[in-house]
Design a protein around this ligand. Structure first.
Ligand code: AMP
Ligand code: ZN
Length: 113
């Protein structure tokens, strides 16, 4: 997707503070962190919304979820973390390329992303 900021990060066209990368996912630091640790995990393939997942993309997200615990722990979330997916306008989704917020590194308040 040409004008998708997260596709540009995934392809290296714009920089990000990457903490993990493999053939199908990328994890990088949120540019405006809402917690001591605030990472975003994205699939490299573009899809907009959780509600648009098909069999292939949900399998990718499943494999991402399986890797997140180790990535979170290695990034400073030793005592737990929160995963958030904002779906659509009411949730305040700003970037329409599916992403999983990983928040932790401190005791989290209830409303942060
Ligand atoms: P959401 O509201 O769920 O769509 O969250 C989008 C998130 O992307 C926000 O927390 C932003 O701070 C973050 N963000 C936007 N642009 C960038 C960027 N270039 N690098 C890292 N994080 C970004
Ligand atoms: Zn995209």
């Amino acid at each position: 997707m040409d004008n998708c900021i997260f596709c540009k990060i995934a392809s290296g066209r714009i920089p990000a503070a990457k903490v993990y990368e493999d053939e199908e996912m990328l994890v990088f630091k949120d540019i405006e962190p809402k917690a001591k640790v605030h990472l975003l995990a994205i699939p490299k393939v573009h899809f907009k919304l959780l509600s648009q997942m098909d069999e292939n993309s949900s399998a990718i997200v499943g494999r991402m979820m399986a890797k997140i615990p180790d990535i979170a722990k290695e990034s400073g979330c030793q005592n737990g973390y929160r995963l958030v997916i904002n779906q659509g306008g009411d949730a305040g989704q700003e970037v329409f390329h599916l992403h999983i917020h990983i928040l932790g590194g401190e005791k989290l308040p209830l409303n942060i992303v």
